[in-house]
Design a protein around this ligand. Structure first.
Ligand SMILES: Cc1ncc(COP(=O)(O)O)c(C=O)c1O
Length: 364
């Protein structure tokens, strides 16, 4: 029996050669290849400043730190996100204030944000989950009215667009991940983008122990070692050059599932607006019979994956309030096999197995 992973991504010969080349050239620290990656990202996302760093989590943390967020502050975070968003805020010393998601998709319910704003609120972190745009048209004026910093978590939304603009470029700082289960990968990696030189300089200093010039250790501000090597940047540049194919492939996978499973009662896509430029990196669905379906698929050699749980379930975070929409996704949501290098033939196998399950002959 063929086994199918929930996610498939590969670094191919071109990435391997680029990394070996960097090593042979002794480009093993942070140097010109990181600068080249950053300038290619600026072009690709049409932003003036980009800064590579070790991960999306670090990008989020740095974005908050350079805006002076810390103890005594509150940061508004969606209840549904990978926990990195909340941990970034919590690690600054701020209090995390959670907001429930929409009923129809996992993104933050923007209508619920204002009631969570207090005199201590300093920042909002909209998370564009699975390429879906949080409505920045609604969120930005709200943040302006309350003088809040907005840090977009676009870790799952690289190159997704809303109204022709890339997600992650619509706020003070946008943060992206180059982790394994992302559109582009360097294995582990990430970067931040911003619009003003001052923020970029603060981020650059923070990345290197508060030093602005490597040749003069002028410790100007707080910081840490959040540098990246040219070897990582070398792989990232090759991935970046392949972004269109990778985006097209995950979108094709999403559409194949949506079309093929459309007639089945009991399984619904958590939809992504591909017409509007959103890129569904994950094939997310929901079903009231999720657990039985996933057990059945597992038995067929098809790996399943769940969405990260609602953050109110994490005892170490502040978790007051009710999150009914989020709870619904915890009960019903899941991800079918996908990924930029997942063969389409695997998707067809999964589709057939899902159809068999819902046809009933294997149900108890
Ligand atoms: C929404 C979201 N935020 C942040 C992160 C953290 O990114 P990284 O794994 O690169 O630290 C991820 C990664 O899964 C993510 O999905």
């Amino acid at each position: 029996m063929k086994s199918i992973n929930w996610w498939q991504t590969t670094l191919k010969d071109a990435e391997i050669e680029a990394v070996v080349h960097a090593m042979r050239d002794r480009r093993i620290g942070m140097g010109p290849l990181v600068v080249a990656f950053e300038s290619e990202i600026c072009k690709a996302l049409d932003v003036p400043y980009a800064l590579m760093c070790p991960s999306g989590s670090v990008a989020l943390y740095m974005a908050l730190m350079v805006h002076g967020i810390g103890p005594g502050d509150e940061v508004i975070v969606p209840n549904r996100t990978f926990i990195a968003t909340a941990h970034a805020a919590r690690l600054t010393g701020a209090r995390v204030v959670l907001v429930d998601c929409n009923a129809q998709n996992t993104n933050i319910n923007v209508d619920l944000i204002e009631e969570k704003i207090t005199p201590k609120t300093r920042a909002i972190m909209p998370v564009h989950l699975n390429g879906r745009a949080v409505s920045m048209d609604a969120l930005t004026p709200l943040a302006r009215r309350h003088r809040l910093i907005v840090v977009e978590d676009a870790c799952q939304a690289l190159f997704s667009q809303t109204q022709g603009k890339p997600l992650g470029t619509l706020s003070h700082v946008g943060c992206f991940s180059l982790g394994i289960a992302k559109l582009l990968t360097t294995g582990i990696g990430g970067f931040a983008v911003c619009h003003d030189q001052k923020t970029w300089e603060q981020l650059a200093r923070f990345r290197n122990h508060g030093v602005s010039d490597l040749n003069h250790l002028d410790y100007q501000s707080l910081g840490f070692n959040f540098k990246v090597s040219d070897m990582t940047a070398a792989a990232g540049r090759v991935q970046l050059a392949r972004r269109e194919q990778r985006a097209a492939h995950v979108t094709r996978i999403y559409h194949t599932y949506v079309t093929e499973l459309a007639g089945i009662d009991g399984i619904t896509p958590i939809s992504v607006n591909t017409q509007g430029g959103e890129i569904p990196i994950y094939a997310e669905f929901r079903s009231p019979r999720r657990d039985a379906l996933l057990a059945w698929l597992e038995g067929q050699g098809i790996a399943q994956h769940l969405l990260p749980p609602g953050l109110h379930l994490s005892a170490h975070l502040e978790n007051d309030g009710l999150f009914p929409n989020s709870d619904g996704f915890d009960r019903e949501a899941f991800i079918l096999p996908c990924g930029p290098d997942q063969p389409l033939e695997n998707i067809h196998v999964v589709v057939e197995k899902v159809k068999e399950f819902f046809a009933g002959q294997f149900m108890k």
